[in-house]
Design a protein around this ligand. Structure first.
Ligand SMILES: [Zn+2]
Length: 69
């Protein structure tokens, strides 16, 4: 965990690595739930750790949780 994530670098990561968009405009740490907008138009909440490390990069309609593991 050397990289210090900021809201801007997270936004960039989200845009480059998923079809979702980041709606949250402030980042306070790894445990924070961020708000995303899925490509289908749904919004969903997820910590950035899960989004990035567990590949949970879509809403639960497009990517049901049980399939993420
Ligand atoms: Zn979706």
């Amino acid at each position: 965990m050397n990289k210090q994530w900021t809201i801007d670098s997270i936004k960039e990561f989200v845009e480059k690595n998923s079809d979702s968009k980041l709606l949250t405009t402030e980042y306070h740490g790894f445990s924070q739930k961020l708000q995303f907008e899925c490509a289908c138009g749904n919004t969903f909440e997820k910590s950035f750790t899960k989004f990035k490390n567990k590949n949970q990069r879509k809403c639960e309609v497009c990517q049901p949780l049980k399939e993420a593991f």
